[in-house]
Design a protein around this ligand. Structure first.
Ligand SMILES: [Zn+2]
Length: 177
């Protein structure tokens, strides 16, 4: 997908991302910075100086959007639309569930979102997060905070990465005291 992609979905997704950034700035004290897009000289991307403000802003939008799902479902029922039609708008298909209307009601009224991997596919792979270390520029595979020691839960830092070394040292010292 290029920056020139102009499908309406892509365009509005971009506007929502913009809105989240603006909320992070206006409500959670972040500042925006222009960063170059790799491979482009003319185009820049905008980033927040504080990604945690981005999480707070995205959560706010998420919460508002979630309550709107319920509000619009009630409005749809009020105007004579069926739960099957609501399921269709939600993108629930019979590949996932036998009765789509029931799945829509389960989701929006009972608060049970459909399982994206109903056959337990998830258990066959270990989930992890990927990010580029701002200190060593290594692409890190992050297995989460479960194991504790960053030496075992983060793969991919460059050899001699000072940040990773400091985090491992802090963890080791935490054990000694
Ligand atoms: Zn690193």
């Amino acid at each position: 997908m290029s920056v020139f992609d102009a499908s309406p979905r892509t365009a509005v997704s971009g506007r929502v991302r913009e809105l989240v950034r603006r909320i992070a700035v206006e409500a959670f004290g972040a500042a925006e910075a222009e960063v170059p897009i790799p491979g482009f000289t003319v185009f820049t991307d905008r980033r927040l100086d504080d990604p945690l403000a981005g999480i707070r802003a995205a959560l706010l939008v998420h919460t508002v959007a979630e309550s709107q799902l319920t509000e619009y479902a009630r409005a749809a029922r009020a105007s004579g639309r069926s739960w099957d039609q609501i399921a269709d708008a939600l993108g629930i298909t019979t590949d996932e569930v036998a009765v789509v209307g029931e799945a829509a009601f389960d989701w929006l009224v009972c608060g049970r979102a459909p399982d994206p991997e109903p056959d337990g596919v998830r258990s066959f792979r270990t989930p992890c997060a990927y990010w580029r270390c701002s200190t060593c520029d290594g692409l890190v595979t992050d297995h989460g905070p479960f194991e504790g020691n960053p030496a075992n839960s983060e793969d991919g830092h460059a050899k001699g990465c000072t940040r990773h070394a400091a985090e491992v040292q802090a963890w080791n010292e935490g054990w000694e005291h």
